[in-house]
Design a protein around this ligand. Structure first.
Ligand code: ATP
Ligand code: MG
Length: 393
């Protein structure tokens, strides 16, 4: 069957009144943006309670469905037959033709579900169900009706046009990009943070990203890897600005002035401070990291307390309760894994101590940070003002 139209369904919970328009417009925008990467010509528009997609000319069905199933906010995608209203007998014929093409005369139970959104249609829903059902039973001797637990549901929606469908492909669910405010993602070249970005994007949150690099200790290729990961996250989260912060001077200075077993934690506190400042400047409502309790020394509850304490914005950690394998599964699903495992250095791993503190005491850490004096404030200012901004479209 060559489909030229699709019904896009979305959850209707919590989208009453004005929110509904915002939600639908955001979803249409996400679909249009995403389909730019799919070969073919597509028209996306909304009518009451539905988003429609129509194709023009050649396109690849699998590629289109693959793209649609990755868009947050869509609960289901239904390939439909779009019919003009040419009278009820024609509708019956079309239903027979449709089932013949999709199912043939296989042994199956079915139920017809008609919905009359246009009330001036001459038949009522129940009559449509009964008469189309009869036509199908007449045409295919292997079919039988089961109104309680049918194997196949045949849907008929009477609107301006008439829609006939029975295939429902599950969508990614979640909320459309742009309906949930903005957050600032600390994006490294690892596996976790792109997944954290994906998870927060699933709730409709748009993202700005911050990457700390330490040239010449971290290479241009390491930076390019982060740009590539930002592009992958942006498929789900929408366009974003990637702020690339030069962290070399700060890292070296901390290394010089602080106990080495506290390097990681102090460094991470400075990362959070800088990210917090960028987030406030960009109008973000929170920070997002890929941390998960106990994964490494800097992600114990004690360490998280120390890094959290320097932030004024809430820090969201969508992966906090996930095991590594669960994170990898999502990373693969979102198409980031192959990029994430490319072996480039990260600034965090360059000056790590052999035995970093795993249970830092926040008072002691704060005391040791005093050694850094005003000098570090100047360095933070420089890092902030000299940061590079890369637009990820
Ligand atoms: P990831 O796989 O996301 O790099 P990780 O397991 O390597 O995480 P850490 O290195 O402790 O863990 O980093 C914890 C979090 O801090 C990351 O998930 C990320 O949000 C942030 N982060 C770490 N390094 C950087 C960096 N160079 N630039 C921006 N954010 C970073
Ligand atoms: Mg990392």
């Amino acid at each position: 069957m060559n489909y030229t139209a699709f019904l896009i369904k979305y959850a209707e919970i919590a989208i009453k009144g004005k929110n509904r328009f915002l939600f639908e417009d955001a979803l249409v925008h996400s679909i249009v943006r995403r389909l730019k990467d799919v070969e073919g010509k597509f028209h996306v528009y909304k009518t009451q309670g539905r988003i429609h997609l129509e194709t023009e000319g050649e396109y690849d069905y699998d590629e289109l469905i693959d793209a649609l199933t990755k868009i947050f906010g869509i609960t289901a995608i239904c390939p439909v037959i779009e019919l003009a209203d040419e009278g009820f007998p024609v509708l019956c014929e079309e239903a027979v033709k449709y089932c013949g093409e999709v199912y043939g005369n296989k042994k199956m139970t079915f139920k017809v579900n008609a919905r009359r959104a246009r009330k001036n249609y001459p038949l009522e829903s129940m009559e449509i169900n009964a008469k189309v059902g009869e036509a199908l039973l007449h045409a295919y001797d292997q079919y039988s009706v089961d109104v309680h637990a049918p194997e196949e549901n045949i849907y008929i929606e009477i609107r301006e046009k008439i829609y006939l469908y029975s295939i429902t492909i599950p969508g990614a669910c979640g909320m459309p990009s742009g309906t949930g405010g903005k957050a600032t993602l600390l994006l490294s070249g690892g596996i976790d943070s792109p997944v954290a970005g994906y998870m927060i994007a699933k709730r409709g949150v748009t993202i700005d990203a911050v990457y700390f690099h330490a040239p010449p200790y971290t290479s241009d290729r390491a930076k390019q890897k982060v740009v590539d990961l930002a592009k992958i996250v942006s498929k789900f989260a929408g366009s974003m600005t990637l702020h690339v912060v030069n962290f070399t001077e700060i890292q070296k200075y901390i290394y010089e002035k602080c106990p080495h077993d506290e390097l990681t934690i102090i460094m991470r506190r400075y990362m959070m401070r800088i990210a917090n400042a960028i987030a406030e400047e960009c109008g973000s409502l929170g920070l997002v990291t890929g941390e998960s309790i106990g994964q490494v020394a800097s992600q114990t509850m004690q360490s998280l307390l120390c890094t959290n304490a320097v932030c004024t914005l809430p820090v969201y950690r969508p992966l906090i309760g996930f095991d590594k394998q669960e994170i990898i599964t999502i990373s693969e699903k979102m198409g980031a894994y192959e990029t994430s495992i490319l072996p480039f250095e990260d600034c965090c791993t360059i000056w790590v101590a052999k035995h970093p503190v795993t249970k830092p005491n926040i008072n002691i850490i704060a005391k040791h940070e005093h050694n850094l004096d005003e000098e570090i404030d100047r360095m933070v200012e420089t890092a902030l003002s000299s940061r590079e901004k890369i637009e990820i479209a």
